[in-house]
Write a protein that binds this ligand. Structure first.
Ligand SMILES: [Zn+2]
Length: 88
C-alpha cells in the first residue's frame, strides 16, 4: 500500500536531513502539524538537537550581519563579483 506524501513527512522514526529540518523550522507557522511531529522526535534525538542548534546559530549570525550597514568598499566588492558571475 502506498503511503501518501503528507503522512510520510510526519514519520520521524529516522532523522530528517539538515535541509529538511531547516524547511520544517522555517515553515513551522504554515505547517504546525509537521513541526510538532518533528519536535516530538527532536526531544529525544541529540543529533537533531545539534542540527537545530547549528541552524539557530547560523540565523543569529545572519540576522546580525544583515542588520549592519555595509561599507561602500564591501558594496563595490559585491558588485564586482556580480559582474563576474553573470552568464555570457
Ligand atoms: Zn533525529
Amino acid at each position: 500500500m502506498k503511503i501518501p506524501n503528507r503522512l510520510r513527512r510526519l514519520d520521524f522514526s529516522s532523522c530528517p536531513d539538515q535541509e529538511s529540518i531547516e524547511k520544517i523550522l522555517l515553515r513551522a507557522r504554515k505547517n504546525p502539524v509537521v513541526y510538532r511531529a518533528f519536535e516530538q522526535h527532536m526531544l529525544t534525538c541529540s543529533h537533531c538537537q545539534s542540527v537545530v542548534k547549528r541552524l539557530q546559530a547560523f540565523y543569529e549570525i545572519l540576522e546580525t550581519e544583515i542588520a549592519k550597514p555595509a561599507s561602500p568598499k564591501v558594496v563595490r566588492f559585491a558588485q564586482s563579483l556580480k559582474k563576474r558571475v553573470k552568464p555570457e
